[in-house]
Design a protein around this ligand. Structure first.
Ligand code: ADP
Length: 611
């Protein structure tokens, strides 16, 4: 199972909320700073404007009439009293060119405060003759008070005679600005709360589909390709969902194709006639098909629990992995070996991954026992045929030479030589005929003239044909079958006759003088049985299984003396099998032999559909 390697951290939802909040905070802060600055400037400007207008339009004009401000202080004080009632917000001082307070709206109190006034502003107005201003704080009873100082030069005939100094209390304005700030902060907090709520709701529209895609992807990782993601919008997330569905469909299709290819391959491997074994570099068997398991005599469990070397050593030790790797160093290697009575051909080679590095060795094991047998049989067959032909040819040649080159022979001797030559030629003729017959049977070139007949008359004909030679040889032929029986079979009459005659002639050949041969026939279990039993020499038990092989003869000399070719039973077997039947031979040495021919009974009338 895949390990979850996600780093735990803020969820996307929280990230979106955080980004929203940060943006809203920055936006409100910028707006706040801007607005507060403007507000502050507006209030200060309006205070400054009002005071300037009041001072310049009023007291400044009247003070311009005095050449000596200090000298007219009483008059000026009464003017100030009249024009500027004492206020908490603004304190007004008329200061002469000697920096002395001449009059004030605080009356005599004002004269003592010169030290608390901003002398820089006063001097600026006095020396430069321009209005000057400054801001600051003064320490009140409880707290420091924000103030604005304004100084206007008093002119008499272009000469600056003094200064009108106004000190305005800015507490009110500052309070207003502070209040505004508070309102702003509250608004900002409210906005942030709303942003968090909205952020949560909005982020849901993004995170829910993403979560769905993630869940479905996790399902896919576990091999579940059944569910689709619902596409609710056409935006990027909608496209992601759509793309995910596409991906899922493609993947599931590809996997389906892969698994069908895999099962195809597995089926091919499973039913392959050859064994296939794949071994990795560590010596473990990655794959072995059923044929390979059968040859190696292992179960599926053994493949997991045992290494290849442990398994192969029972079959052939020098096929261990190390040896295989060495032998196929420069390409495919092959060898043949025999083990446990079977012959095997193996081919093996290294197999590599796409980068070219060795993954292991792949090996094909073929059980070639049958093929080997066939090849051996073919070789034997050729040797047998040559031998069988050579013997009569040698005889014919030597007798002919004697007849041609020898001294004059009597007619009788010459005749006997010629009769030997004739019989050897007959033997060769029989042999060649039998061989041609076998070849036609092998190559399915034999023409069959099958028709439905009663087996009994056929057997009677056979008995009749061989009766004479049996009598001559002093063998007793007994027909046990009921002459009135009707055993229906569909056969090529001549060929089946050939089979029966061959078995009967064998029975005569391999039975001693005075021997007895029984012929029986009956129908049983939809089969026609023909049983020919003799009490002759029999066949040793170890040889019985070979009597149907070509050229096999228990006693070659006897068979040859009797004119046998060793092909009779082989031909008989092929003819009977061509009819869908079988032939069996049971024998006991010295006791006799029983040959049974089984032929399928002819279909009954109803079965043939010709009622
Ligand atoms: P052959 O031409 O030698 O008779 P067959 O194929 O007919 O060849 O028989 C093969 C061999 O089987 C014979 O050579 C003989 O050794 C043995 N055989 C066949 N039939 C009998 C039998 N009835 N009794 C004993 N041996 C038999």
């Amino acid at each position: 199972m895949a390990v979850n390697i996600y780093k735990k951290g803020l969820t996307l939802r929280w990230k979106i909320v955080l980004i929203y909040c940060t943006l809203v905070f920055i936006a409100i802060a910028i707006i706040g700073v801007f607005i507060m600055g403007s507000l502050e400037r507006y209030y200060i400007n309006s205070v400054r404007g009002n005071l300037t207008n009041t001072v310049q339009g009023g007291i400044l004009i009247s003070l311009g009439n005095y050449q000596d401000l200090a000298g007219s202080s009483t008059e000026i004080q009464s003017n100030v009293n009249a024009a500027w009632a004492r206020t908490i917000q603004e304190e007004l001082f008329v200061i002469d060119s000697n920096m002395k307070v001449v009059a004030s709206n605080m009356e005599n109190e004002g004269r003592g405060v010169i030290g608390t006034l901003d002398s820089d502003v006063i001097l600026k107005a006095l020396v430069l003759g321009e209005a000057a201003e400054s801001t600051g704080t003064i320490t009140g009873q409880d707290a420091s008070i924000p103030i604005m100082n304004l100084a206007f030069p008093v002119r008499h005939s272009d000469a600056v005679t003094g200064v009108v100094y106004v000190r305005a209390d800015m507490t009110g304005i500052h309070d207003t600005i502070d209040q505004s700030k508070q309102i702003f902060v509250n608004a900002m907090l409210l906005a942030l709360v709303v942003t968090i709520i909205m952020g949560f709701l909005i982020s849901k529209t993004i995170t829910v589909p993403i979560k769905e895609v993630t869940q479905k992807a996790a399902g896919m990782a576990k091999g579940d390709f059944s569910q689709e993601v619902s596409v609710k919008s056409g935006d990027e997330i909608g496209q992601l969902a759509w793309m995910f569905n596409e991906l899922r469909a493609q993947l599931s299709n590809t996997l389906l194709q892969m698994s069908s290819e895999k099962s195809k391959l597995e089926t091919i491997l499973r039913y392959m006639a050859d064994g296939l074994v794949a071994i990795d570099v560590s010596g473990r068997i990655i794959h072995a098909n059923q044929t390979a398991m059968r040859i190696l005599k292992v179960e599926a469990d053994d493949l997991e629990n045992k290494l290849y070397d442990e398994i192969i050593k029972d079959l052939k030790e020098d096929l261990a992995l190390k040896e295989l790797a060495e032998k196929c160093e420069s390409g495919v290697a092959a060898e043949t070996f025999s083990a446990g009575g079977s012959t095997y051909a193996v081919r093996y080679d290294r197999f590599k991954d796409e980068k070219g590095s060795d993954i292991g060795i792949i090996m094909i094991i073929q059980d070639i026992t049958e093929r080997q047998k066939m090849e051996d049989m073919q070789t034997d067959f050729v040797a047998n045929v040559s031998h069988e032909l050579k013997t009569p040819l040698t005889t014919i040649k030597s007798y002919t030479e004697t007849l041609l080159d020898g001294p004059a022979l009597s007619d009788e001797t010459a005749k006997s030589f010629l009769s030997i030559i004739d019989s050897e030629a007959d033997r060769m003729n029989r042999l060649v005929k039998d061989l041609l017959h076998l070849s036609r049977l092998d190559h399915k070139q034999e023409k069959w003239f099958k028709k439905e007949i009663n087996l009994i008359p056929l057997l009677r004909t056979c008995v009749k044909n061989i009766e004479f030679s049996a009598k001559t040889e002093n063998r007793h032929l007994n027909s046990i079958f009921n002459p009135g029986d009707d055993i229906r079979v569909v056969v090529d009459k001549d060929r089946i006759e050939q089979v029966i005659l061959n078995i009967l002639s064998n029975a005569i050949k391999y039975t001693k003088s005075g021997g007895r041969i029984d012929i029986d026939a009956f129908a049983s279990g939809r089969k026609a049985h023909i049983v020919i039993t003799d009490n002759g020499i029999g066949i040793p038990e170890s040889e019985i299984s070979r009597v149907f092989e070509r050229f096999f003869r228990v006693d070659k000399a006897r068979s040859r003396a009797m004119g046998g070719t060793g092909l009779g039973l082989a031909i008989s077997k092929q003819i009977v099998e061509e009819h869908g039947g079988s032939i069996e031979l049971q024998s006991r040495e010295g006791r006799g032999t029983k040959v049974t021919v089984l032929l399928p009974a002819a279909p009954m009338r109803g079965e043939r559909g010709i009622d």
